[in-house]
Each structure stands twice: as structure tokens, then as C-alpha cells.
Design a protein around this ligand. Structure first.
Ligand SMILES: C[S@@+](CC[C@H](N)C(=O)[O-])C[C@H]1O[C@@H](n2cnc3c(N)ncnc32)[C@H](O)[C@@H]1O
Length: 248
């Protein structure tokens, strides 16, 4: 019999039994991977006591925080992902399974938190943000990547009537084909403020995420361009990933 405690959370994306590592390994994603890492290096504090990677999966980005934190936890709903993470990093990490909407952590437990490539799975980002605020210690840092609905390609698709999703409308959009949710920067920034987070720094990330650009210029060139674009384009917030460093 399943007890209330063991009840499976309602997740919009179930990565149990899915080889997410293969998605990164087998596909041409060196540029996107490096763009994420570049942003994380710029945003995460150099030293942290207790850090958690929320929806951290198999620990793709663990090398970016292992050296900076005394204690590291990878938190995820998927036991498949967490087992892969444990296999890779062993005693260097703790793993914890559970649902973002009911984090199994104490109030003010972490001084460092990160969540990358997860917002597009969250139907109730505000409820999740309240949980993140609860477990972050006062003065702590939360680096969050937000899937942006107001990108240039989405604007063109809308103007040329290829999509009926209006990227200028602040309400979150649900992409019917992929079931992924994208957020307008203004919508999330108002939400951060309402909850009590202070925005400390913003970066525009994966600015050149395009199969055509990758074919024409190659990942190496795009990575070089990405370095300065992350800071320089932060103001316009047109990239598919917007990174925020939030403080409590
Ligand atoms: C696209 S992967 C990103 C993994 C990692 N952050 C990265 O960038 O490589 C999304 C992860 O979020 C996790 N996830 C999605 N919804 C969740 C929820 N409600 N609670 C806990 N984890 C969740 C999935 O299991 C998956 O591992």
C-alpha cells in the first residue's frame, strides 16, 4: 500500500528511466552546455557552505560548483538521474529525491542554490519560488535559469503568423508541441519581487542557440561570441535562457 508520504508527486516531466545524459552526449550541444557553464561561473559565489542543485539531474553542471561548496546536494524527482549522479561523483555529493513543490529541506538550510533548465517544466513557478525562498538562508544566493518566451525567433514567428503565441504577452506560454512552459522576463521579475528575492545580476544566455548558426560558424566561434554577449545583451533579455542571481 502506498502511504501519503510515498505518494508520487505530480511532475510535468518524468525523467525516470530517461537517459538525459545521452541528450547532451549524442547531440550537437557543446555550445549550449558551455553557455550554461559560462553563466554559472559568473554568477555563483566562489565559496559556499551548503549548496543544492535543484532539478540537478545527473549532475551535468556539478564540476562548476563542487570546488566552491563545502557540502553539495543534488535534488531531483528522478531516481534514474540521481543514481547516475551518484555513480559519477560518489561521496563528493549527497543526493535527495523529491518534488520541488514540497522540498524536503529545513527553512534557511542553504546559503547557495541553483536551478538550471527546470522552469520550463514548472506549471506553478510561483509556488516553487516560495519553496526556494523558504529553504534559502537570509543573505544566501539563488542562481536560476528561466526559459524565456520573449526571444527574437519567437517574435518573428509571431509577426509572420507561424505561431499564435504572443511573446509580448506577459502570461506564461505553453508550447503545445513540447508541453514546455516559457516565461516573460517581466512576469518572473515581478514574481521575484513579490516573494522577497532581490535581483543582483542578470545574464542573457545561449544567445546564438540556432542550428543554422552552429552550422555556419561552428560551436567554437559561437562560444567566443557568447562570452561578451551574456553581459552586453542582458538588458534586452531576448535570449532563450535568462539567468538571474537572486539574493534573499
Ligand atoms: C532538463 S533537466 C535539467 C537537469 C540539469 N539541471 C541540467 O541542466 O542538466 C530537468 C530536471 O528537472 C527535474 N524535475 C522536473 N520537475 C521536477 C519536480 N517537480 N521536482 C523535482 N525535480 C523535477 C527532472 O527530473 C530533470 O532531471
Amino acid at each position: 500500500m502506498t502511504t501519503a508520504k510515498e505518494k508520487q508527486p505530480k511532475v510535468s516531466a518524468d525523467y525516470n528511466g530517461y537517459d538525459y545524459e545521452e541528450y547532451w552526449r549524442e547531440h550537437d550541444r557543446a555550445y549550449e552546455d558551455e553557455a550554461d557553464r559560462m553563466a554559472i561561473r559568473k554568477l555563483l559565489p566562489k565559496k559556499m557552505d551548503n549548496f543544492v542543485d535543484i532539478g540537478g539531474g545527473y549532475g551535468r553542471l556539478a564540476n562548476e560548483y563542487l570546488k566552491r561548496a563545502k557540502k553539495v546536494t543534488i535534488f531531483d524527482y528522478s531516481k534514474t538521474e540521481l543514481a547516475q549522479a551518484k555513480e559519477k561523483y560518489g561521496d563528493k555529493i549527497n543526493t535527495k529525491a523529491g518534488d520541488i513543490y514540497q522540498l524536503p529541506f529545513k527553512d534557511n538550510e542553504f546559503d547557495g542554490m541553483m536551478m538550471v533548465r527546470v522552469t520550463h517544466h514548472l506549471k506553478d513557478l510561483e509556488a516553487a519560488m516560495r519553496e526556494f525562498y523558504r529553504v534559502l538562508a537570509p543573505g544566501g544566493t539563488f542562481v536560476i535559469e528561466v526559459a524565456n518566451k520573449r526571444t527574437l525567433p519567437k517574435m518573428f514567428r509571431y509577426w509572420f503568423k507561424k505561431s499564435d503565441i504572443n511573446p509580448f504577452d506577459e502570461k506564461p506560454s505553453n508550447q503545445k508541441d513540447t508541453n514546455m512552459i516559457n516565461y516573460h522576463p517581466k512576469y518572473v521579475e515581478k514574481m521575484f519581487d513579490k516573494i522577497g528575492f532581490k535581483i543582483d545580476k542578470v545574464l542573457s544566455v545561449s544567445n546564438f542557440r540556432s542550428t543554422t548558426l552552429k552550422k555556419v560558424f561552428g560551436a567554437k566561434t559561437l562560444i567566443k561570441l557568447e562570452q561578451s554577449a551574456q553581459e552586453n545583451l542582458a538588458g534586452v533579455r531576448f535570449a532563450p535562457s535568462i539567468y538571474y542571481r537572486l539574493k534573499k
